[in-house]
Design a protein around this ligand. Structure first.
Ligand code: ATP
Length: 608
């Protein structure tokens, strides 16, 4: 089971949980109530047929008055037509609201996922989120369209129906009701068992979705390492587990069904016995007896349906719980109540006694970043250098609040980044990562992602695009089948690692930020292309502040100054040549970078 599950026993009751979707339902509450009323009227119309029957049997049939038969038959026909029309009306009324409600919940969930910080996404499996956005919301929609209306409607109808039965014969009605009581006991016992197993099944579906997603994503690795069979076996194990849980669910429902069929049948049989005795002793008319059983037959479906409606309701409760586990997730990285704006953006980036530790790191482990103080002046390019795992990527992530500092401050142009709205902050600082993520959209849309104010097809958009592609040396775009309009990303054309990185770099450049944060975005490029990209970047970086994580000596050469990160601390800052001269650890890092990444370039060339 996934980490995200909570045992239903520790969660609030079913009704309270289900009521949480009320804000989404409220705009359609009127229509939902009307469809509920229509359903109750529908079943009451069905219940009216036995009343007419009784009247026919005890009236015209008993007296032999043929003239009254026709109006009675006409009434039964009218009731049948009314029933058909009401069924149509009910379906029409429920379908539109339920799809709207599902869409609005899905939009809210998506917006929440976008808003939640990276730390949340670090913890949650994507399949679990996917299964909530698709499967769970579908379950809620089906319940809103049919489940809740049938459930509440059927309960009302059962109560009214029992009332009618009482007016015909209180003795028979009593027998019928008493004999039905065990059904409610079975229903209550079912709730707890079914909630547990239904939660487990929904979590396992999420885990399975994660496995499918991961293996589709990592298909190359699986094939390259010949792990397809192993991965299939693991998948089958998980699928088998889910099948077992689904079977358990089905068995649980089957057990309930047994009682839900057996009990009304027994109640029926007992009242039939009593009815015959009452009719024989003259305490009940024949018409009354027929009407009683006709009405009891109409009540059979509402009584029997309670079983699956209950299971549907408990499944929906689980779906609602799973939905709100995400929607309730607090977001510590929020916009300030009284945001400040940077009056004159110049691009001065300052880390002031910054501390940081990941949320899940044990208390015994020291902070990952300790007392970082670093000033990057406007227009300056600062390279961050350190051994692998020293915290370079983490430090860059603090600039745009992908994570918040746990101590100290990050300032841009003198303003704490937490005092700006996230929108303003992320307009001031653009990032490019080593792992270039592209979206299923055209090259143009991917590159201009950070310029929402620009019409992508306008001449201005075209100019920004051309300049950014030129700086990133992404001239290959012209040779794509539809140039910059070619769809790339998962649904489009596959690009090489280096091509992807250049598009991502162009995206960061096109955002025209005051500060550019580059986390080793040139790692997949060959030396020649890297040199050309660097020349292009030098033009941009001349008036843009840049913080560049360097994994290659050649990237270090791009920088005005270098900050050396050693075990989470900045231990030296200075020009590359100065550091080489005075800092043995720097020499060690540079030569190890050289060995790791740049075997084709001699160390002397770099140091020179
Ligand atoms: N999301 C995360 N949650 C918990 N720990 C993390 C997370 N991301 C990174 N770490 C840990 O933080 C440490 C520093 O990682 P970071 O990626 O910042 O180092 P780096 O210097 O950029 O490394 P590299 O040069 O290999 O890219 C590592 O020990 C890593 O395991």
């Amino acid at each position: 089971m996934s980490d995200q599950s909570i045992p239903p026993s520790s969660s609030p009751g079913t009704v309270r949980t289900l009521l949480r979707i009320l804000p989404f339902v409220r705009p359609f509450l009127g229509r939902t109530i009307v469809s509920f009323v229509v359903y109750v009227v529908l079943v009451l119309v069905q219940l009216a047929v036995p009343v007419v029957l009784q009247w026919i049997v005890d009236g015209p049939l008993a007296t032999g008055d043929a003239r009254q038969i026709w109006p009675a038959a006409g009434l039964v026909l009218a009731l049948g037509v009314a029933e058909g029309l009401l069924i149509m009306l009910r379906r029409f009324l429920v379908l539109t609201p339920s799809t709207h409600i599902e869409a609005s919940m899905r939009n809210t969930l998506y917006a929440k996922l976008q808003d939640l910080p990276v730390a949340f996404h670090d913890r949650w499996q994507s399949g679990q989120l996917l299964s909530r956005a698709m499967g769970d919301l579908g379950t809620i929609r089906r319940w809103l369209a049919f489940g809740v209306i049938l459930l509440v409607g059927n309960v009302v109808v059962i109560v009214v129906g029992f009332g009618i039965l009482f007016t015909w014969s209180w003795q028979l009605a009593l027998v019928f009701i008493v004999a039905s009581v065990p059904m409610w006991v079975v229903g209550f016992r079912f709730e707890h068992r079914y909630s547990l197993v239904s939660r487990r099944a929904q979590d396992q579906q999420g885990d399975l979705a994660t496995t499918v997603e991961e293996s589709v994503h990592g298909i190359r690795v699986l094939k390259a390492f010949g792990r397809g069979k192993h991965s299939l076996e693991a998948f089958l194990r998980q699928a088998e587990e889910l099948r077992g849980t689904e079977l358990e669910k089905a068995r649980s429902i089957a057990g309930l069904w047994l009682w839900l069929l057996l009990i009304p049948d027994t109640a029926f049989a007992l009242s039939l016995l009593g009815g015959v005795v009452l009719a024989a002793s003259g305490q009940l008319t024949v018409g009354g007896l027929i009407a009683f059983f006709a009405a009891a037959s109409v009540l059979r479906w509402p009584i029997e349906s309670i079983g699956w409606l209950l299971s549907m309701t408990f499944e929906t409760r689980t779906a609602v719980e799973r939905l709100f586990e995400v929607l309730d997730e607090p977001n510590p990285i929020r916009d300030p109540e009284h945001p400040v704006t940077v009056a004159e953006p110049r691009g001065r980036l300052v880390f002031e006694h910054v501390h940081f530790r990941y949320q899940d790191s044990p208390a015994s482990v020291p902070d990952l970043l300790e007392d970082i103080t670093l000033e990057v002046e406007p227009g300056e390019t600062m390279a961050l250098v350190g051994l692998t795992g020293s915290g370079k990527t983490t430090l860059t992530a603090l600039t745009t609040r992908l994570y918040d500092v746990t101590g100290g401050r990050v300032l841009i142009d003198g303003v704490d980044v937490r005092d700006l709205t996230r929108e303003e902050l992320r307009a001031r600082i653009a990032m490019a990562f080593e792992e270039a993520t592209l979206f299923s959209a055209s090259v143009r849309e991917n590159v201009l992602l950070g310029r929402p104010e620009l019409d992508v097809d306008s001449p201005e958009g075209e100019a920004v695009l051309a300049e950014a592609l030129d700086i990133a040396q992404a001239e290959f775009v012209e040779r794509l089948p539809m140039g910059a309009d070619t769809t790339i990303g998962e649904e489009g054309l596959s690009l090489s690692g280096g091509q992807r990185q250049r598009i991502a770099l162009a995206r960061a450049v096109a955002a025209r930020p005051s500060v550019l944060v580059l986390d080793d975005p040139l790692s997949a490029l060959d030396v020649d292309t890297e040199a050309r990209v660097e020349a292009g970047l030098r033009r941009v970086l001349a008036d843009t502040t840049a913080l560049v994580v360097a994994h290659r000596p050649s990237t270090v050469m791009l920088a005005d100054r270098v900050a050396l990160l050693e075990d989470g601390r900045i231990t030296d800052v200075g020009r590359h040549s100065e550091l080489l001269e005075r800092n043995p650890h720097y020499r060690h890092v540079i030569s190890s970078l050289d060995d790791d990444r740049d075997t084709e370039q001699a160390p002397q060339e770099v140091i020179a």
